[in-house]
Design a protein around this ligand. Sequence first.
Ligand code: ZN
Length: 309
Amino acid sequence: MSGIHHVTAIAGRADRNLDFHTRVLGLRLVKKTVNFDDPGTWHLYYGDAQGRPGTILTFFPWEHAAPGQLGVGETQETAFRIPAGALGYWTHRLLEKGVTHGAPEKRFGETVLPFTDPDGMRFALIGVPGAESENGWSAGEIPAEHAIRGFHGVTLLVNDAAPTAAILTDVLGFREVARDGALARYRGDAPLGAHVDLRAAGDFPRGRMGRGSVHHIAFRAVDDAAQTAMAGKLAADHNMHPTGQKDRNYFRSIYFREPNGILFEIATDQPGFAVDEPASELGRSLKLPQFLEPRRAEIEARLPPLEAA
Ligand code: ZN
């Protein structure tokens, strides 16, 4: 199964991030944990009912992070799928909620509604014919028929598309399916999160990561063996050497910087988010990896509040 596993970005205030992504966008908070490498800060995971690969958007909320500045070697946009018939509903909703958004545009024959979250992260809603038959998480005020269905894909801003395209097609299981101006579209075979668009921007300045920037894009490996095979291919055919495997509790990951400098991760589909709490309770309580449990009281005392005061 080839496609995006999750997208991880940098946010500002945790409470504002939670409010926007659960209440305005209607995503489910599927895991409330900390940054394993920096346990005084949150790591919030949003997704569909189960947090399936291809629906997972995660944030490191760093309250004092400076705003990022978009440039080459960065993710330009993260796009969600919605039913084509829901575009009117969402146009209204973004207006009503005061969300900064652009006018609808056409890309690859699809209608794209761009918007930003409160930290300036660039998103889009893409009306996909047929998406009404896909499951959407609905618990709040957004009717299930209009709910976000998961990721459609991402747009990466690169200097030269060819070397990134080679990794996508040779290692990550994508194939080129279309071109539209400076955009080239690559598609995997997963039902969600299957699109990566490369925008070749030539000598445009490099980006500066900060609040509102995507930190990394994770691609799917069905299991450890598939991940090992992908790592082997990166080394043997592309002279790229990913990190050793890291246990992220909900998946197991390796990381590498692709040739244009974007941080890529390859994450296993297993074990998923129900590994440490029942599926019905996802996101309700702070979950820590075993090695941090002894420090729970200290960590809980340091974490910023999630509910607005
Ligand atoms: Zn990740």
